[in-house]
Write a protein that binds this ligand. Structure first.
Ligand SMILES: Cc1cc2nc3c(=O)[nH]c(=O)nc-3n(C[C@H](O)[C@H](O)[C@H](O)COP(=O)(O)OP(=O)(O)OC[C@H]3O[C@@H](n4cnc5c(N)ncnc54)[C@H](O)[C@@H]3O)c2cc1C
Length: 400
């Protein structure tokens, strides 16, 4: 059956999760004609952008090049709250400025992912003139009696850290993009992206579309477009455990904790419970042993897995959290080999950009990166995206 003819768009966005919704939002605000596609209906629970909250921090131990994006994202979340209220009449609270803790080993006996994270975060804060506090174990126990820290641990505090409400942020950016004229197709997978000389053609479930440029933000599905052998998808589990006194875990008492031990799996992330979220303490660890795919991942969480997580990581570290698990969900990481980001264009067409593989720490930067990409697409000055280009350019498979 012949496909319907569609108008040519300035910018197409493939994947409307954290990054794609941001690109669509900012591009439509700049007046670009935007078309967006998602294989599901975002915000959804099949990718990397669900489970209510994400940590954001300005003392970004992963590198000073990320600080401008985290900072700018904080300002944009506030602007989106105001924009949403003004344009759509609903008040939102997307960003909770809470402060947050980093706890780790002060020596070299640390895992290679988090490294000496307290030291790295402090160094980035110092290099970028941001405040950062060092706490003794006694000071930490006094301020945060929920945490069973030991004298042998290094403890840092970022007063500019906080939590972002992720599903609400994605929904708000998509609603505002549509409000400004973006054409969004949900439950509509893009099957192929082909440079056509002037721009790109997109073969989708709803027909063929053409655009001057495309940004592919396919998250855990990125290996279908680029670098299948250099991207690793891993299954991560997020838990909510019952608190003896939930008030101790509200954002005004504690924001987040990033607690690294002596191995990659000896890691605990903890998140406060803002009003309107699941009524428990949100906790997670990380694993990089079992790789998977977005379509074949096991999304069930067994009782044994939950009990092992609690015994191994929660009971020794937290006070006032019971072993009653209220909820557990599987979420996906997409990692590059060096745990960095992948933002690069097709070797034969600058019209095609892939943005993803944000390696488990991307949400906090997503709206500022989306803004930079939208401004670049509009030919405007923008934050420098060169640090995210790959030295070994991505190997493209489907886009040309
Ligand atoms: C458990 C967990 C904890 C995390 N904690 C933090 C944290 O505290 N702080 C932080 O900054 N980051 C954190 N991250 C990382 C952060 O959440 C991710 O970097 C970010 O959400 C990734 O966004 P994305 O847009 O790449 O992917 P997604 O939001 O998953 O979006 C990809 C979208 O592409 C769509 N799609 C895929 N293929 C196609 C196709 N062919 N056609 C159309 N649509 C398609 C999918 O349906 C999906 O909606 C965490 C991640 C996880 C899993």
């Amino acid at each position: 059956m012949p496909q319907p003819e569609h108008q040519r768009f300035d910018l197409a966005v493939v994947g409307l999760g954290a990054f794609g919704s941001a690109v669509a939002y900012h591009a439509s605000a700049l007046g670009l004609r935007v078309v967006g596609f998602d294989r599901h209906q975002p915000p959804h629970q099949q990718g990397s952008s669900h489970t209510e909250t994400r940590v954001t921090r300005l003392a970004v131990g992963e590198g000073t090049h990320l600080v401008p994006f985290a900072k700018r994202s904080h300002a944009i979340w506030r602007a989106i709250e105001a924009d949403h209220h003004q344009c759509l009449g609903t008040a939102l609270s997307l960003f909770h400025l809470t402060g947050g803790l980093f706890i780790g080993r002060p020596d070299d006996s640390v895992d290679e992912r988090w490294g000496n994270f307290v030291h790295d975060a402090a160094a980035v804060a110092a290099a970028t003139q941001l405040p950062f506090e060092h706490l003794s174990a006694a000071e930490c126990r006094q301020r945060f009696p929920q945490l069973l820290v030991s004298e042998s641990e290094a403890i840092g505090y970022d007063p500019n850290g906080g939590l972002v409400m992720i599903e609400q942020a994605i929904a708000a950016q998509l609603a505002l993009a549509q409000h400004r004229g973006a054409e969004l197709h949900v439950n509509c997978p893009v099957r192929a992206v082909t440079p056509d000389g002037h721009g790109v053609l997109l073969d989708t479930e709803n027909g063929t579309f053409s655009a001057d440029q495309v940004v592919i933000c396919a998250g855990a599905w990125s290996p279908a477009f680029a670098d299948p052998d250099r991207l690793r998808i891993t299954r991560q589990v997020v838990y909510w455990f019952e608190a003896q006194d939930l008030e101790e875990w509200r954002p005004d008492r504690i924001g987040f904790g990033i607690w690294a031990g002596r191995s990659i799996e000896d890691y605990l992330g903890l998140f406060a419970a803002p009003i309107g979220t699941t009524l428990g303490v949100k906790l997670l660890s990380e694993q990089f042993v079992d790789t998977t795919t977005a379509t074949t991942v096991d999304r069930t969480v067994s009782d044994e897995e939950t009990a092992s997580f609690y015994e191994r990581l929660v009971a020794p570290r937290l006070s006032g959290v019971t072993n009653h698990c209220l909820r557990a969900e599987v979420c996906l990481y997409t990692n590059t080999v060096d745990d960095g980001f992948l933002i690069d264009s097709h070797p034969e067409s600058e019209a095609v950009t892939v943005v993803s593989a944000c390696s488990g720490h991307g949400f906090k930067h997503s709206t500022a990166i989306g803004e930079a990409l939208a401004r670049r697409a509009a030919g405007l000055d923008h934050q420098n995206l060169d640090p995210f280009r790959r030295q070994n350019r991505p190997r493209w498979i489907d886009a040309g």
